[in-house]
Write a protein that binds this ligand. Sequence first.
Ligand SMILES: C[S@@+](CC[C@H](N)C(=O)[O-])C[C@H]1O[C@@H](n2cnc3c(N)ncnc32)[C@H](O)[C@@H]1O
Length: 389
Amino acid sequence: MDATLARWLVSADAQAALAVAADQADPGSLRSAEALRRRWPAERAAAVLSQVTLRRRAAAKFGERAPGLFFTTDALEQATRADVASWRAGRLAAAGATAVVDLGCGIGADALAFADAGLEVVAVEADPATAVLAAANLGDRGRVLCGDAEQLATDLLADGAAVFADPARRTAAGRSWRVGDLTPPWDFVTGLLAGRLGCIKAAPGLPSNVIPDGVATTWVSHGGDLVEASLWSGPWPAGERRAVLLPAGGELVAGDRGAPVVGEVGRYLYEPDPAVIRAGAIGTLADLLGCHSVNPGIAYLAGDDLVESGFATAFEVLDSLPFDERVLRSLVRDSDIGTLEIKVRGLDVDPALLRRRLKPAGRAAATVVLTPTPAGARALLVKRVAGTG
Ligand SMILES: C[S@@+](CC[C@H](N)C(=O)[O-])C[C@H]1O[C@@H](n2cnc3c(N)ncnc32)[C@H](O)[C@@H]1O
């Protein structure tokens, strides 16, 4: 979308077209395109229909707010989930921020949350069309400037506002996380944290060696999905590693606790939330649950008591077998298993391929956990008893 089309889309003039598009059962259909094209030029018809499709898709991230917002496909994909943006804004506000500069705001998911938290918002976006949509989304609740964050940051931050940046990948290719692919550049945005309250959002796979000294890091999961790592400068201890579980809000700090001790697979097996694993807080979680690890370096915890915790999914261990495909095939056949969930850590096994080879065709459902243990690789037949996963 170019900026001229974006300006029309957010104008009062487009309201009637958006309303007609919103009434279409299938806005992606030829029939809808024809209906809209009878009244509007093809480019505008396509723009409102795609906007309606994006708004429907956006409900997963933005809930009831989605139908009132403007998106592009890329910007929606990159937008922070509303619960996560709201947590971030609350954390910055609680740390004393009253104003924030959002450097690379996309359609403004984070910027909106900052405004909701009562912060004064100035947002910068390099892409002209996206900037038009962000301005419409923010309305009179914030200022959006179209320009390069690297050129505008110094002036905008001069009055002591907090800084936020959520750099985009320069290339759409691949899913790997490379610092050199980010824009605004990683060194530039992380450099802005020095001596200033702020937060930089990054992909959850952020390698430890690119985290600058002096910042605290949070790994955030939302509904069990690991969604981001974020770097913080402000009242948080330098070097702190913290897991944050949303929407419930549970937080666990890794602390100095090293790896948990290793012991036998007990009556219960715990699968930590991915944010806890990434934050390196497994040892802290083991203490909290009164558990041990099933193998060095493996993120499954075990114990004989059931402890309900938002930080881990608990499974009752029904059987523990040596990991041997023939043994598993017999189990699947003899137990009439048709729906088989396979979880693997620390073993070179592709669960989908293994499932196909085991040919589950019965009526029962089962979960099998494959893990190394000091006594060899085990296949644990388990039943989920508590937690989110
Ligand atoms: C990951 S998105 C931000 C998403 C946003 N936090 C949200 O939740 O909606 C990053 C944005 O930064 C913009 N951007 C990249 N480099 C920039 C630069 N140098 N100056 C300003 N904006 C930039 C991109 O166009 C993109 O829209």
